[in-house]
Design a protein around this ligand. Structure first.
Ligand SMILES: Cc1cc2nc3c(=O)[nH]c(=O)nc-3n(C[C@H](O)[C@H](O)[C@H](O)COP(=O)(O)OP(=O)(O)OC[C@H]3O[C@@H](n4cnc5c(N)ncnc54)[C@H](O)[C@@H]3O)c2cc1C
Length: 637
């Protein structure tokens, strides 16, 4: 397998423009002769499908929800970054680029990140033109707030519902193309395999989630925008349906998987409340603009927060990181929360929580202003916990939130399988070892609206349009493999529910490959996962039939993939003997508990190749070359 990132030559600021000029174009009249399959209609997929449809390609778009509007992207709360510098506070494309590279702990590709920062400004214009109701200042300019890892205000938002509003914008662009006939939408349709013919991605095999019918869809290229895999941990802030199946199946067909161990643990989630919980709720990072994080100074202090005087509180983020304070990046804030809880200073019944306190902000700007900024988030918190955050501080704790790893892609967003492009959270491209807040929406929309429409043309222009013959042996074999797998899941007929396996896997992963990892824990996880997988295939209870609506079957397929994929994550985490961003190896830390990178040995993206059933995956390294920034130890002090 060859990893050629195809980074254009020339100065960083010119690379994208030069590259766009050099990319081949498809004649407008020829575009309708090419069929592009877009899997996923979250922000990345919907923006891509709409734009490709508008350009004139024949697009088929797939999602497992009943409507693109229900993609996980709708959950995004806090905002989307862009280097508009409306605040005149010193922002620039270079600063957004630098913050993102540094935030990712120098484990992302410079050229991609710079392009992301460049394109960020276009995204806002595009969304405003669509009518996305971003918050505005009194004078009419779009408002901004701050997010972690930045000292400027560059986050555009629509209250705490930014993802929903952006998705409605993309969705209306998509429905316009559906009405025009250029996009055909396939909701409630799950991709279960990738079809590769003569070394190129030429189609997908799907299961209709309502009727159970297995179908084959063929085209000239496949674009996957299937989101992240945080649910491997069972408990996460992701939508319950988010899964790894599409990317994992593509991995088995030859697409390299990069940095699978890079997981983001978000510091501000509502703490776990009991054994039977199946979902965690995020409290947006935007709350750290006004909320102050603290715990009692003394271990075991069980007094109500209001009874603890100022002098006996520890605002530990402000103390440890005076320049960024409560707005230090997520990986750092999460680890700091874990540290104070490990010291016995955590709050709430379980001791696994810290306070996020708005008393100062309410005193400073008034309750109505805070209500205006975060009203729906406060309401959500109160509904879940029964506590009124206007009166008592919120209790928060870190939880799995985002996965920086994903299918490896080159500068054109093409995977190691020619014709398979990967966008949004599903690829590994821009966030290195830690994603900064409000930059996932930016990346998903950059990929979908602005990058893929250019780069896919270059690929298609080099091949003749045409659908492969459905009788091709590779197509038939892939379809047969899907049918066989579905039958195998149904045939187990065991006694343990799918969810029980998922919950146990999640616990193994959280303990062994979670917020802090070490060789011993990872080796332990690598022993327990195959044993659990073996039990799954012997004893899982699915029930029902294949040719009908069967949610247990859907879940079983996804959990079966997680049971294999989890191993890949642990292998990656074990091999990376350094700490960087969200990957914190306890063996590699400074005296004051900060992540210690090993730039000599690990300044690369780890891209893993599937080597066949039962064989260890093969590691390929893409060296990360930094020409514009200097590798430095991250400091937010
Ligand atoms: C609670 C929460 C709040 C967040 N807030 C922010 C924020 O404020 N700012 C920010 O930048 N980021 C935020 N994020 C992160 C951000 O929302 C996601 O990273 C981003 O929306 C992912 O978009 P996507 O298009 O890549 O994937 P998704 O939105 O997850 O869409 C995936 C699509 O793929 C489809 N799909 C998946 N598998 C298959 C399959 N096998 N077959 C067919 N279809 C499939 C799904 O149906 C769906 O349409 C937040 C995340 C969470 C969990």
């Amino acid at each position: 397998m060859e990893l050629n990132p195809k980074i254009p030559a020339g100065p960083l600021e010119k690379k994208w423009d030069t590259h766009r000029f050099e990319l081949k174009l498809v004649n407008p009249a020829n575009k309708r002769r090419y069929t592009v399959l877009v899997v996923g209609s979250g922000l990345a997929g919907a923006s891509a499908a709409a734009t490709l449809g508008e350009l004139g390609y024949q697009v088929r778009c797939f999602c497992f929800q009943d409507s693109p509007r229900r993609a996980h992207s709708i959950a995004a709360q806090g905002g989307i970054n862009a280097a508009k510098n409306y605040q005149n506070d010193g922002d620039s494309i270079y600063r957004l680029f630098y913050d993102t590279i540094k935030g990712g702990d120098f484990r992302a590709r410079e050229a991609n990140v710079y392009r992301l920062a460049q394109v960020s400004v276009n995204i806002i214009d595009q969304c405003v033109a669509q009518g996305v109701p971003f918050a505005r200042e009194y004078g009419g300019l779009l408002a901004n707030r701050s997010f972690g890892g930045a000292q400027v205000s560059r986050t555009f938002y629509a209250r705490g519902q930014t993802g929903q509003q952006l998705l409605l914008g993309a969705y209306q662009a998509l429905t316009r193309q559906m009405a025009a006939g250029s996009v055909r939408m396939f909701p409630r349709t799950e991709m279960l395999d990738l079809i590769v013919v003569d070394g190129r991605a030429r189609g997908i095999v799907t299961r209709n989630l309502v009727t159970g019918e297995i179908e084959t869809h063929l085209g000239d290229a496949v674009v996957m925008a299937t989101g992240g895999y945080g649910n491997v941990f069972y408990l996460s802030t992701n939508a319950k349906g988010s899964n790894v199946t599409a990317t994992f199946r593509a991995w088995k067909r030859g697409a390299a998987f990069a940095n699978p161990c890079y997981t983001q643990i978000h510091p501000t989630c509502i703490p776990v409340s009991g054994e039977y919980q199946s979902k965690l709720t995020l409290m947006s990072e935007s709350l750290r603009n006004d909320g102050r994080v603290w715990v009692p100074r003394a271990a075991g202090d069980r007094r109500a927060p209001g009874d603890i005087p100022e002098s006996e509180r520890d605002y530990y983020l402000e103390r440890k990181y005076p320049s960024f304070g409560n707005l230090c990046p997520r990986d750092i804030a999460s680890r700091a929360a874990k540290e104070v809880c490990d010291e016995g200073r955590g709050v709430g019944e379980t001791g696994l929580g810290v306070y996020l306190d708005f008393a100062d902000a309410i005193g400073r700007v008034g309750e109505s202003k805070i209500r205006e900024r975060y009203g729906n988030l406060f309401e959500m918190y109160e509904r879940i916990t029964g506590e009124d955050p206007y009166r008592v501080p919120m209790r928060i704790f870190p939880a799995v939130h985002y996965t920086m790893g994903g299918l490896w892609v080159d500068y054109n967003l093409m995977s190691t399988i020619p014709g398979l492009f990967v966008l949004g959270e599903a690829n590994f491209s821009d966030h290195g070892a830690n994603r900064l807040g409000a930059s996932a929406l930016m990346q998903g929309l950059a990929d979908g609206y602005f990058i893929i429409p250019n780069t896919i043309g270059d690929y298609l222009a080099r091949m003749r349009p045409g659908i492969p013959d459905a009788g091709h042996v590779d197509i038939r074999a892939t379809e047969a493999a899907v049918r066989e797998r579905v039958s195998r899941l149904l045939a187990v007929n065991g006694s343990r529910p799918v969810d029980a396996f998922h919950r146990e896997l999640g616990k193994i992963m959280w303990d062994g490959c979670g917020m802090a990892r070490n060789a011993e824990g990872l080796r332990g996880a690598l022993e327990r996962i195959p044993a659990l997988r073996e039990e799954f295939w012997r004893n899982v209870r699915v029930g029902g039939a294949g040719e009908e609506f069967n949610q247990a079957l859907e879940r079983a397929g996804r959990v079966a993939d997680y049971l294999e994929f989890a191993e890949l994550m642990c292998v990656d985490a074990l091999h990376r003997e350094e700490s960087c961003g969200g990957h914190f190896r306890t063996e590699h830390q400074t005296a004051d508990g900060e992540a210690m990178r090993d730039d000599e040995r690990f300044t690369y993206a780890a891209a893993w190749e599937y080597a066949g059933q039962g064989r260890p995956p093969v590691l390929h390294r893409e060296p990360l070359v930094f020409e514009s920034v200097q590798l430095a130890t991250r400091s937010y002090k």
